[in-house]
Design a binder for this molecule. Sequence first.
Ligand code: C2E
Ligand code: MG
Ligand code: MG
Ligand code: MG
Length: 286
Amino acid sequence: RAHDVGGNRFQFFSAEMNALALTRLGLQAELRRALQHEEFELFYQPIFTRGAHRVCGAEALVRWRHPKRGVLPPALFMDEIEHLGLIEDLDRYVLESACREARLWEQRHDAEIGVAVNISARSFEREHFPELVRNVLYASGLTPHRLELEIVESSALGDADRTIECLHRLRALGVRVALDDFGTGYSSLSHLRQLPVDTLKIDRSFVDNVLGDTPDAAIVAAMITLARSLGLDVVAEGIETSSQLAWFEHHGVDRLQGFLFSQPLERDMLRQLVAEGGQPSRAAGS
Ligand code: C2E
Ligand code: MG
Ligand code: MG
Ligand code: MG
């Protein structure tokens, strides 16, 4: 699948585009058009509580509903969006859509269901980012603590003082902040202590290895222990098997996300899940 291609992304990309007789310039024009014509669409992957496995939130994941090529994952266009300088526009669009959607869940149902939104380093580093978040929240009417912003470790590394100030401003708004893909960057565990974040999302790459005979199990167990001692929520993403689920539940993570529970779902399917009270639906979306 496309997002497994990793380092060869661009080659893969070119091959696909040749087949469709698209040039890179053509792609760039298409991406600009896609933003104007709102061809980007959010899917929502439900996130479940430990134990009872009830839906407690969903992560918004952007897709490009291309008029000819169907639904494309971010691995096929994110780099180019960044390269074109369009990432802040996309982030803003995603943030607005996700907050509007989560407000709908909030109005229609009592359930406490939050929305997690990925924010690129470029957007997060902007001086006015907290103001943008405040404006979007206000416009949507969403209760602030229902919004969780996911930033990657590298965004939190740049200028430490500025980062910490930005995090405090976000926290003052009442929104939550998660460190996404934790464990893949360079930040040390002691750095974590200084960051006013709420949640730690353990990177999917660890999930594959916790059951094997590798040091990863010990590393992840230590990360969970530390995070919990700092009062952080811990989320495991990329849970695909019931043995992985058992391992993470045993080690005390708070929330779980992965194909075992559900793929990212179209907006209406997530609405339906919320309406049904967020019961576990292991087969949803597959
Ligand atoms: P991420 O934020 O770490 O999102 C989790 C990714 O893991 C998603 O891929 C999700 O579909 C995938 N995933 C979830 N559970 C499983 C599982 O059990 N097995 C496997 N193999 N994969 C699983 P997706 O949607 O392709 O997104 C990839 C990355 O693109 C995201 O990683 C995030 O960094 C970025 N991204 C996605 N949507 C947005 C967005 O709206 N804005 C920004 N700035 N970045 C986004
Ligand atoms: Mg994420
Ligand atoms: Mg992640
Ligand atoms: Mg990721």
